[in-house]
Design a protein around this ligand. Structure first.
Ligand SMILES: Nc1ncnc2c1ncn2[C@@H]1O[C@H](COP(=O)(O)OP(=O)(O)OP(=O)(O)O)[C@@H](O)[C@H]1O
Ligand SMILES: [Mg+2]
Length: 246
């Protein structure tokens, strides 16, 4: 099983949009577990799953097994561990190794080919638990000055965590989102990211597509939509590039 964490402390950087479309696209190729670690529960909504106040991914910090939190989705190959809406991560700030231990004891890797984890816009126990199990981290960012600053901050935070955990996070990829090639500032920001972090870290960009915003209303990820769209093409290309890397 390959585990991919989607993360950026900067809010609204298309983490959830990326997690939902990546998980749905991968579900065409194998069995996928989508873990929604953001209590907003938007990834769960994106795959048509109702939030629960009793049981969700965060319940593993309250003693539940991960498997108990699994729910089927609109897509055959896609299982979701949805968010627990009112979980207060700050009460559990010191918890480490919980997700890793659940993966091991429940032999999660035997049941799924891919696991995608959507994380909240924070640097907390949820992200650290995710980094302990991941094979790759994807950082989506908007090509603005602060978006690029946030990528640098996120990279440093991940490397610092990796040192604390004592494991190498081999693959970190940066995904430009809501990119418009006609805006000069966007092009400049992409060049800046290439220079600062290396061209090999950068995925092909995801353009602006209103269907990517509307899909949450109908719980219909664009990659599962028969109507072709720019968002669909971009996320399919991103998925292929990611698969080549991992
Ligand atoms: N490529 C795109 N084109 C148009 N709208 C987009 C695109 N990507 C994301 N959006 C919209 O931008 C908003 C933020 O996206 P999303 O919720 O995925 O970000 P996020 O990083 O998960 O946010 P948060 O930090 O709150 O978890 C949403 O309204 C989403 O529908
Ligand atoms: Mg989100």
């Amino acid at each position: 099983m390959k585990t991919i964490v989607i993360s950026n402390r900067k809010g609204g950087s298309a983490k959830t949009t990326t997690a939902v479309n990546l998980a749905s696209e991968l579900a065409k190729k194998g069995s996928v577990l989508l873990i929604d670690f953001d209590t907003q529960g938007h990834a769960s909504m994106g795959v048509g799953c109702q939030l629960s106040e009793e049981c969700g991914a965060h319940s593993i910090f309250l003693g539940k097994t991960l498997s108990e939190t699994f729910k089927p989705t609109i897509h055959d190959g896609l299982t979701v561990s949805s968010a627990l809406e009112f979980f207060d991560v700050y009460e559990y700030a010191d918890l480490r190794g919980v997700l890793k231990s659940r993966f091991k004891h429940e032999k999660i890797a035997e049941f799924f080919d891919y696991c995608i984890i959507d994380t909240p816009p924070t640097f907390d126990a949820l992200l650290k638990n995710s980094l302990e199990v991941c094979d790759a981290v994807v950082i989506p960012f908007q090509p603005h000055h602060l978006g690029v600053v946030a990528v640098g901050q996120m990279m440093r935070a991940i490397y610092q965590s990796a040192t604390q955990i004592g494991r190498d996070i081999a693959e970190i990829g940066i995904l430009p989102v809501m990119y418009n090639p006609h805006i000069n500032e966007h092009k400049l920001m992409l060049e800046k990211v290439k220079k600062s972090f290396g061209e090999n870290k950068l995925f092909s960009p995801i353009g602006v597509d209103i269907k990517l915003a509307k899909m949450f209303e109908s719980a219909s990820p664009v990659v599962l939509n028969p109507k072709r769209s720019k968002g669909l093409r971009d996320y399919q290309k991103f998925t292929s590039e990611l698969l080549e890397r991992i």
